[in-house]
Design a protein around this ligand. Structure first.
Ligand SMILES: [Zn+2]
Length: 529
């Protein structure tokens, strides 16, 4: 291809491999050169063979591969490009594998056994948090549970006098963060009153604050405040009470039991924390889950930090420890937006997690910090039709060379994004704009239920609606689904694992999800359990 010499290699590199978006499509020569450069770059990949001092595990809850693809396109389109050529930050990670997410008893799994696999090295059962699958479901007896506990990487790191932290936009007692520090067979036992009478297995919030290895957890930032304060005490931000029946105020206990400790619940307090003088930070920014990134600034009257801001603060506190740190960061609400059949919020939370990973990479040294980015499971979220290049990812499908959206066999337009099941069932979707307008309030439908279930009622007789681009690109639009369910479901296909730093090259091929623990433990040189 003689024309290659006519263009600047440097210009092509800047154009394509940086992930920059651009208005003009590459020429054939530019495509060819960019492909060549990817091979050249691959030959210079560095394997860091040394041990890791620190490990950061990022989890996009429910961040299947279709979610990553659609978020990449939305991000690129929001930056003014066609979108498909864009890269989320973590897509540039040097090493990649696929993770098989089934649990011992589930083909399609929930967040509890999947996170248990990633932080203990052992697969377990639906709803189980860091106990093995032989545990009796609903075990009330703490002594019996002791025998089936699985030690977590966070516990092992703390036992070695490393610092440890957990960050999530979901309740900090929700399954993904809880699997790092709590042991129970029922993921919903988040506050003491959630357990049946007679239970001696402690609730999850108590397990967080009572975590007693070497001074306990150092940083915990997320939602879930109500699980930490007594039912007799009002929430500081809303006219609601706490949920604890035992009278304990775990937020004040955190401060009184630990050294250089602080508890914060709003942005001003969070921003005032000086990482150099604070060793133990508990931040609980909502009674339940934190806001979606799309709603965070406009809906939270007292303010709450972004996932990126929480990640940075956590690293600043934890990285003071010369023994290193283990940090888990979860973008917990990608999952909730999918359950509600609202792609916009799932994708904008994914984009925010990409920014958080970028901040972590910038704040750490690839020679001593292993950074892993993965998901617990996927969702039944799909990108379909034959939309032309640059078609708005949230829009109606419009094919190459056409001036109008494609029509289905009923003569009706359809969107590129849809779900196999969920609350956007076509039988009710002519009411979606009206329904969507009721969404968005912090204590409204989006915040309802642990998974953000939609209150939509169904009528199968209506049939597909006449959709418009104005309707489907509304941020509150619920994408259509084939099967009517109150909440869209998880999906069973593999999810991606991205990795940077020491031993990152050990992520390769299609791996069982529990192998993620073993790579992290090996990188840290943790003793075999
Ligand atoms: Zn879920």
């Amino acid at each position: 291809m003689q024309f290659i010499t006519k263009i600047s290699v440097a210009a092509v590199s800047a154009l394509l491999s940086s992930g920059a978006v651009h208005a003009a499509d590459p020429t054939p020569a530019e495509w060819f050169l960019a492909g060549q450069k990817a091979v050249t770059d691959g030959k210079t990949l560095v394997k860091y063979e040394q041990k890791a001092k620190n490990v950061i595990l990022f989890i996009g809850d429910g961040m299947g591969i279709s979610t990553i693809t659609a978020a990449r396109i939305l991000d690129g389109q929001q930056k003014g490009g066609k979108g498909e050529e864009n890269q989320l930050f973590f897509e540039k990670a040097p090493y990649l594998a696929l993770s098989k997410t089934y649990a011992v008893d589930q083909q399609t799994s929930d967040s509890a056994p999947t996170m248990t696999a990633m932080v203990t090295g052992v697969k377990s059962n639906e709803g189980y948090l860091s106990v093995d699958h032989t545990a009796k479901r609903g075990e009330l007896d703490a002594a019996k549970l002791e025998a089936v506990k699985l030690q977590t990487i966070l516990e092992q790191a703390k036992a070695r006098n490393m610092s440890v932290g957990i960050v999530s936009t979901a309740r900090i007692t929700h399954a993904t963060p809880a699997a790092c520090y709590a042991h129970t067979t029922i993921r919903d036992w988040e506050a003491d009153g959630d357990r049946p009478a007679g239970a001696t297995v402690p609730d999850i919030a108590a397990q967080l604050v009572d975590f007693n290895i070497n001074g306990g957890i150092d940083v915990a930032l997320g939602g879930g405040r109500a699980r930490f304060i007594p039912a007799t005490v009002n929430d500081p931000e809303y006219a609601t009470a706490g949920r604890r029946k035992d009278g304990r105020d775990l937020t004040t206990e955190w401060v009184s039991k630990k050294t250089k400790a602080a508890y914060v619940w709003n942005t001003a307090q969070f921003n005032a924390i000086n990482p150099s003088t604070t060793d133990h930070l508990l931040g609980l920014f909502e009674p339940s889950h934190m806001h979606y990134e799309a709603d965070r600034v406009k809906n939270d009257k007292s303010g709450e930090p972004s996932l990126t801001e929480m990640t940075k603060k956590a690293i600043d506190i934890l990285s003071k420890n010369p023994n290193g740190y283990f940090l888990m960061v979860e973008s917990g609400r990608i999952d909730h937006a999918h359950h509600a059949s609202n792609a916009y919020r799932a994708l904008t939370d994914t984009i925010q997690m990409s920014t958080a990973v970028e901040a972590a990479v910038q704040k750490s040294d690839p020679k001593d910090t292993l950074i892993v980015v993965s998901a617990d499971h996927s969702h039944v979220f799909t990108i379909g039709g034959y939309p032309q290049r640059g078609n708005p990812i949230l829009g109606l499908t419009q094919n190459v060379g056409e001036t109008k959206p494609e029509l289905d066999m009923l003569g009706l337009p359809y969107t590129t994004l849809s779900y196999a099941n969920g609350s956007g069932y076509t039988g009710s979707s002519d009411k979606q704009l009206a329904g969507a307008k009721s969404f968005g309030a912090p204590e409204g439908a989006w915040a309802a239920g642990s998974e953000g279930h939609s209150p939509t009622k169904y009528s199968g007789a209506i049939g597909r609606p006449l959709l418009t681009n104005e309707l489907v690109q509304n941020s509150n639009y619920l994408q259509e689904s084939t099967v009517p369910l109150p909440a869209e479901t998880h999906a069973a296909e593999d999810v991606a694992i991205f990795a940077y730093g020491p031993q990152a090259h050990l992520f390769h091929g299609i791996m069982e999800q529990n192998v993620i623990y073993h790579v992290m433990a090996d990188a840290l040189g943790l003793p075999k359990k």
